[in-house]
Design a protein around this ligand. Sequence first.
Ligand code: AMP
Length: 249
Amino acid sequence: MKALVCVKQVVDHKVKIRIRQDRSGVDTADVKLSINPFDEIAVEEAVRLKEKGAIGEIVAVSAGGAGVADVLRTALAMGADRAIHLQSDAALAPLTVAKALAALCDEENPDLILLGKQAIDDDCNQVGQMLAALRDLPQATNASEITLADGSATVTREVDGGLETLRLTLPAAITADLRLNAPRNISLPSIMKAKKKPLESRSLESLGVATTSRLTTLRVDEPAARAAGVMVDDVDALVSKLKNAEQLI
Ligand code: AMP
């Protein structure tokens, strides 16, 4: 059994986002970049499934510029066996990434494709679903529990009304939610060991996928600043303020 785990490099979740002066996007110059948190959870799940003997090989894949090799090294240090860097300096739209991953699946034939439920930079929540649609694969999004047995995956997912449990025939695409697991800390020996693991780099175009996007970002704005809070002297003052605020709504 082989798992393909898709990891994206994003601005670290602890960094305060800055918008470029021309409002064309988020400024990533001199900013700490890290593995997308949901993808870290996806890698952790693949490693746990391998530790249980349900998976034999874990292949991590990331599409993007030279820097994404760093997140692949993180995945290797967490326990992935090898990594593939789909090199492209273009701004990659979710559909382009999904097409590249679909073409890679045709070559790698994974039994399980694990992704994050969304990348925290653009919050698209699209690639997993698009990939499944492109290759007509069973899909389960927002997984909070995964078990593999007899060529199928049983996935629990959090939905508005509670928990939903699905059984998917493999190969399938599953996207990881926050509560699937808590990723391990990476030890220094694992980082050293990861340096010796294979990291293949190839152009995204080598998969026959064009990087021309049909999406145009018109403008990126910061969220409106919140109005300052006010201190009130007592409960009566608070109630009166709330009543006035209600009238404003
Ligand atoms: P998105 O649809 O952009 O929110 O991304 C959902 C998931 O798709 C991410 O959590 C990753 O697992 C995967 N993904 C998105 N972009 C890339 C990329 N450039 N390289 C590899 N995986 C990606």
